[in-house]
Ligand binder design. Structure first.
Ligand SMILES: [Zn+2]
Length: 334
C-alpha cells in the first residue's frame, strides 16, 4: 500500500512534469473550459421505512450570531469552542431546516414545512427552499393531501402560506397537536407572554394558523394516538408547550421524527444540558431531550431531525457528556 503524504504527492507532480512526453500526452484530452455551475444542486434525499417512502427536502439554513443570549446557561466562548470542535466557524450558528414528505402508498404527507416562500424571496434563496426542492423532487404541492405539524414556531408553519398569503398546499388537511393549538390561540396565554420573542410568535401564529383558508382545513390530534395510520404522535413538550414528535412505522421499520427535541445535534445533542433561546420551557425541554435521547440510543432507533445537517437522518449514541449523532450513509438506491 502506498502511503500518500504531501511530500509524495509533490514528488509525483514534479516527476510527471519532468517527463518529456507529458505535454504531448495531455494534449489528447478535452480542455473545454466548462463554466462553473455557480449554484448548489437541488437538495432532496429519499429512503424507505418499510413500505413508506420518505423524501427529505431541504428548506435551506439560518445563520444566527452567537451572542450572550444564544444559549442561556452557557457563555458564548463555550459555544464557540463547541463549534470549533465540530469544525464550524465560531461566532455564527448555522441551523438547517429539513421538512419531510411521506408517501405511504395511499397518502402524501408533509411533516412541517419550513420558513415559506416569502422568506425565500427575503433571503435570496438561502432559506424557504421547500417549494423549489419539492419541484426538483417531482412532488406537486397540490398532490399533498395531509400536513402534520409538530409545533407552532415559524420555521415549522410559515411554509403553509405562499408569499401572496395563498395556501401553498391547497388540497391538504392540516393536522395539528391539540395542546399546541390551544396554547398559541389562547388570548390569556398571549397576554402573559414571558418574552418579546414569545409575544412575536403569538402574532405569527395568528397570521398563519388562523388564516381563514388554513382554519377551514385544520383538525387537531392528540398525543399517544395515531395521527394517520403509521404515524404515531408522542408528546415531547418543553421546546414549546405542545411540541410533538412522530414515530413513523411500517412493518418492523421505524424512524423517530424528533422535530426540535434537540436543535442542531453538533451543539445540542452533544450538550443536552444547554438551554438554547428557542426552548420555551428550558428545564422541561432538557428533561424531554434526555429521556428521548436515552431511548433513541438504547433502542438504536433511526432518527430524523428537522435541524440536523441535511439529509438529517442519523443514529445517536450516548457519550460521557451527552450524545453523538452518526449520520446514515447516503444510499444510491431505495
Ligand atoms: Zn425549529
Amino acid at each position: 500500500m502506498t502511503i500518500l503524504s504531501r511530500r509524495t504527492l509533490l514528488a509525483g507532480a514534479a516527476s510527471a512534469a519532468a517527463l518529456p512526453s507529458f505535454a504531448l500526452w495531455s494534449a489528447q484530452f478535452a480542455r473545454a473550459n466548462t463554466p462553473q455551475a455557480g449554484k448548489q444542486a437541488a437538495s432532496f434525499y429519499r429512503y424507505k421505512v418499510g413500505d413508506i417512502e420518505v423524501t427529505v427536502l431541504s428548506d435551506g439554513i439560518a445563520r444566527v450570531p452567537v451572542t450572550e443570549a444564544f444559549v442561556l446557561n452557557v457563555k458564548p466562548e463555550e459555544v464557540n469552542a463547541a463549534l470549533r470542535e465540530a469544525y464550524m466557524e465560531p461566532g455564527v450558528f448555522i441551523g438547517p431546516y429539513n421538512p419531510i414528505v411521506l408517501n405511504t402508498g395511499n397518502r402524501l404527507v408533509l411533516i412541517d414545512m419550513g420558513t415559506g416562500e416569502a422568506n425565500y424571496i427575503a433571503t435570496k434563496g438561502v432559506a424557504g427552499q421547500l417549494l423549489t426542492n419539492m419541484a426538483a423532487a417531482g412532488i406537486d404541492p397540490k398532490a399533498v393531501d395531509t400536513i402534520i405539524i409538530s409545533h407552532y414556531h415559524g420555521d415549522h408553519i410559515n411554509g403553509l402560506l405562499r408569499a401572496d398569503n395563498s395556501l401553498a398546499f391547497p388540497n391538504a388537511e392540516i393536522l395539528v397537536p391539540a395542546l399546541e393549538h390551544k396554547y398559541w390561540t389562547d388570548a390569556g396565554e398571549e397576554s402573559r407572554s414571558p418574552t418579546q420573542r414569545i409575544a412575536d410568535n403569538f402574532k405569527n401564529v395568528r397570521r398563519v394558523m388562523t388564516n381563514p383558508e388554513v382554519m377551514k382545513r385544520l383538525r387537531t390530534y392528540e398525543w399517544d394516538k395515531d395521527v394517520i395510520p403509521g404515524v404515531h404522535a408522542v408528546g415531547t413538550p418543553g421546546h414549546t408547550p405542545g411540541h410533538t414528535s412522530h414515530v413513523v412505522t411500517s412493518g418492523s421499520h421505524t424512524v423517530y421524527v424528533q422535530a426540535d427535541v434537540t436543535h442542531a445535534p453538533f451543539l445540542f445533542a452533544r450538550h443536552p444540558g444547554w438551554h438554547a433561546f428557542y426552548d420555551h420551557e428550558p428545564i422541561q425541554a432538557e428533561a424531554t431531550r434526555r429521556k428521548v435521547y436515552d431511548m433513541l440510543s438504547a433502542e438504536k432507533m433511526l432518527v430524523q431531525g428537522f435541524h440536523y445537517p441535511f439529509p438529517s437522518v442519523a443514529h445517536v449514541e450516548k457519550t460521557a457528556t451527552g450524545y453523538r449523532e452518526i449520520p446514515v450513509l447516503w444510499s444510491p438506491v431505495l
